[in-house]
Design a protein around this ligand. Structure first.
Ligand code: G6P
Length: 608
C-alpha cells in the first residue's frame, strides 16, 4: 500500500529513485512523485497514473541533486490526482514528506493547522505531516520529526527531508514497513527491500516507534524518546534477477511458472535425520502445542483461501476444532480467545494490517499466535509467537500465485507438524505424507507444461462477463480462489461457490452466456459434484469441467474439459490451483488487461 523511498549518496539521484520506485510499483500505482534536493532547494515532480506517466518528465528535475525522496501511491484519502500525489511540501517548500499509511486524526490536525495559517494543496491525510514538521522545525530535522510524530495517530512509514539540511534523510515508522539499506557512500530508506537492490544487499528493518537519521556515510537508529537503538543488519536473500521478468511477458506468468520451485523450497529441509518433521524457525517458539484446544486461522484475500484449505486438512488429520476468519471481520468483534486457542495468521507479506490486528488481539487475550509468512523478518513474523516461512521468493505480480501454492505447502506441513507434536499422527504417517508432498512438485510441473486446453477455453469464453466456479469439500476454497483471481486481473464478475449450495440461489443467474467452471477431480464426492453439474446443464449454461486425467466420461457432461494430473484426493487443490491461475491469466491477457497491475489493487495492504 504505497511505496516510499529516500536516497542519499553518489549516484544520479533521479534515476536511482525512479529505479527504486519501479521495484515498489506493486504496492500501488495510481500516482507517483519525486522530490530532490540540489544542495539549495527542493524540486518536485508529480504525476497522476503509474510510473510510465512520470518517466518522461524526469529530465525536468535538477541533475546535480545528491538526495531525494519518492513515492508510488495507492489512494486512501483523496482521489488519485497529481495534487494528491506525494511528496507533499510544507507552505514554504522547505520540508518534503513521503508517507505510507493513514493518519487517522488528520482532519483535526488539518483544521488546527489551517487556523494557524497553513495552506493545504491536497485532500490527503499525509500533507499534515509536512506542515506539522514545519511547525516544529528549529534547525534540527530529526528533532522536528520526532516532535511531530507525537501528534500523529494511525499508521505511518515516513521519509522526510528539509531544504535547510542537505544530505540528511529522516525516516520513522509505526505499523507500516520501513527498511534502511546500507551502502558504501550511500544509504536508503524504503518500504521494502526490492527497492534497495540496485545499491546494496545489506539492510535492517525499523521496528514500530523507531526513527532513523541517514546521511550518505552514516546512519543512526533511535526510539521516539531519542534513545539509540542497536540493530544488526541482515543480507537481502535475493538479487536483482528476482525482480526482473526473466524473459516472461509478465511477472504473474513468471511467478506461475516458479510454482514448482516455491513448493519445493517451502518443503525443503523439514525432515531431520531421524525422519521427524522439523520446522527450524518454530523451534524455541515457546507455544505449548499440547495444550491447544482450538485453532483459528485468520487472513485476507488469497491467504484466506489457503487458510480454508487448512481447515479441511487439519480437521481430517486431528481431532481439534478449526475455525477460519477473515481478518478484517475478526478482531472488531472481539472474539473470545484464551491460551488454549492457537491463532494461525496466514499472510504473504506479513504486513497486512487487518491480519496484524488479529495477531495483536491474540496477544491481548493471552492466546499464542503462529504466522505463516513469505517475507522473512516482516512485522507479522516478528510479532507473532512462532513463524513458519513459505520460501516462495519475492512475488511482484499483484495477484498472488506462487505464494499461494507455497501457503498450501505450509498448511499441509503445519498440519503434519501439529499432529506429530501433539502425538496425534504416527511417525510413519507423517513421513509418508511428507514424501508424497515432495513428489507433488512433478505434478505441478505437469500442469504448467500442458496448457493447450486452458488456452482454448480462455479464447472461447474470454468475452463473457460472468463466471461461476463450483467446488465441493476441499476443492471449494480453490473455486473461491479461482473466482478471486479472475475478477482481480480480468475485471470479469466471478463467484466461487460450494457446488452443493448453487441450487440455493446462484442457479437463478445461469443462462447460455454464463460459463460455469466445475472442479470435479476424482475423489469420494465426485458423483455429488457430477449431479451439481447436471443441474447447471439443465439451465443451458456452458460447463468447463476440470477433471482428473484419465476420466473418460467427462466429455459426456461438459462442454470443455481441462485435465489435471491424478493425485490423492486430499491434494487435488495443489494441481487445480495452477490450472485455474492459468485460466484467469489467459482470459485477462486476451481481454488486454495489465495482469501485473490490476486497477485499484495493491499487493500489500497496510490500511484497515
Ligand atoms: C491484497 C493482495 C492479495 C493478498 C491480500 C492479503 O489484497 O492483492 O493478493 O492475498 O492482500 O495479503 P497478505 O500479504 O496478507 O497475504
Amino acid at each position: 500500500m504505497c511505496g516510499i523511498i529516500g536516497y542519499v549518496g553518489f549516484r544520479p539521484v533521479n534515476e536511482t529513485l525512479f529505479r527504486g520506485l519501479r521495484r515498489l510499483e506493486y504496492r500501488g500505482y495510481d500516482s507517483a512523485g519525486i522530490a530532490v534536493h540540489d544542495g539549495e532547494r527542493i524540486s518536485l515532480l508529480k504525476r497522476r497514473g503509474n510510473l510510465d506517466s512520470l518517466e518522461p518528465h524526469l529530465e525536468a528535475l535538477p541533475r546535480e541533486a545528491s538526495m531525494g525522496i519518492a513515492h508510488t501511491r495507492w489512494a486512501t484519502h483523496g482521489h488519485p490526482t497529481t495534487e494528491n500525489a506525494h511528496p507533499h511540501l510544507d507552505c514554504r517548500g522547505e520540508i518534503a514528506v513521503v508517507h505510507n499509511g493513514i493518519i487517522e486524526n488528520f482532519q483535526e490536525l488539518r483544521e488546527e493547522l489551517t487556523a494557524r495559517g497553513h495552506r493545504f494543496l491536497s485532500q490527503t491525510d499525509s500533507e499534515v505531516v509536512a506542515h506539522l514538521v514545519e511547525e516544529e522545525y528549529q534547525g534540527d530535522l530529526l528533532e522536528a520529526v520526532r516532535r511531530a510524530l507525537r501528534r500523529l495517530e494511525g499508521a505511518y512509514a515516513l521519509v522526510v527531508m528539509s531544504s535547510r539540511e542537505p544530505g540528511v534523510l529522516v525516516g520513522a515508522r509505526k505499523d507500516s514497513p520501513l527498511v534502511l539499506g546500507l551502502g558504501e557512500g550511500e544509504n536508503l530508506l524504503a518500504s521494502a527491500t526490492p527497492a534497495l537492490l540496485d545499491c546494496t544487499h545489506r539492510a535492517l528493518a525499523l521496528e514500530n516507534g523507531e526513527m532513523a537519521k541517514v546521511t550518505r556515510d552514516t546512519w543512526r537508529l533511535l526510539d521516539l524518546a531519542g534513545r539509540p537503538v542497536e540493530r544488526r543488519p541482515f543480507e537481502i536473500p535475493y538479487d536483482v534477477a528476482a525482480v526482473e521478468k526473466g524473459g516472461y511477458a509478465d511477472f504473474m506468468l513468471k511467478e506461475i511458472y516458479e510454482q514448482p520451485q516455491a513448493w519445493k523450497n517451502t518443503l525443503r529441509g523439514r525432515l531431520d535425520r531421524s525422519g521427524r518433521l522439523r520446522i527450524e524457525e518454530l523451534e524455541g517458539h515457546g507455544i505449548d502445542l499440547s495444550s491447544i484446544r482450538r485453532i483459528i486461522f485468520v487472513s485476507c484475500g488469497t491467504s484466506y483461501h489457503a487458510s480454508l484449505l487448512g481447515r479441511y486438512i487439519f480437521e481430517a488429520w486431528m481431532d481439534i476444532p478449526v475455525e477460519v476468519d477473515i481478518a478484517s471481520e475478526f478482531y472488531y468483534r472481539e472474539p473470545r480467545l484464551d491460551p488454549s486457542c492457537l491463532v494461525v495468521a496466514v499472510s504473504q507479506s506479513g504486513e497486512t494490517l487487518d491480519t496484524m490486528g488479529a495477531v495483536r488481539w491474540a496477544a491481548r487475550c493471552g492466546a499464542p499466535s503462529l504466522s505463516v509468512v513469505n517475507v522473512v523478518g516482516s512485522m507479522m513474523a516478528r510479532e507473532s509467537d512462532g513463524v513458519l516461512y513459505t520460501h516462495a521468493g519475492l512475488e511482484i505480480g499483484v495477484a498472488a500465485t506462487k505464494t499461494f501454492i507455497a501457503q498450501m505447502a505450509a498448511v499441509y506441513l503445519l498440519g503434519l507438524y501439529l499432529g506429530q507434536e501433539r502425538g496425534l499422527l504416527e511417525e510413519g504417517f507423517v513421513r509418508e505424507v511428507f514424501s508424497y508432498l515432495e513428489s507433488l512438485t512433478g505434478s505441478i510441473e505437469e500442469v504448467l507444461e500442458d496448457t493447450e486446453a486452458v488456452e482454448t477455453c480462455a479464447e472461447k469464453y474470454c468475452r463473457c462477463e460472468d463466471f461461476l466456479f463450483l467446488g465441493r469439500n476441499i476443492n471449494y476454497p480453490m473455486a473461491m480462489e479461482a473466482a478471486l483471481k479472475l475478477k482481480e486481473i480480468s475485471y470479469i464478475h466471478a463467484e466461487g461457490y460450494p457446488a452443493g449450495e448453487m441450487k440455493h440461489g446462484p442457479i437463478a443467474l445461469l443462462h447460455p452466456g454464463f460459463p460455469v467452471v466445475a472442479l470435479i477431480p476424482s475423489d469420494p464426492i465426485y458423483d455429488k459434484v457430477r449431479n451439481n453439474i447436471e443441474e447447471v446443464r439443465a439451465r443451458q449454461a456452458p460447463v468447463i469441467a476440470m477433471a482428473t486425467r484419465g476420466n473418460h466420461e467427462v466429455g459426456g457432461f461438459s462442454d470443455e474439459a481441462i485435465f489435471v494430473p491424478e493425485v490423492r484426493p486430499q491434494f487435488n487443490p495443489v494441481v487445480l490451483a495452477p490450472a485455474l491461475q492459468l485460466l484467469a491469466y489467459h482470459i485477462a491477457k486476451m481481454r488486454g488487461c495489465n495482469v501485473d497491475q490490476p486497477r485499484n489493487l495493491a499487493k500489500t495492504v497496510t490500511v484497515e
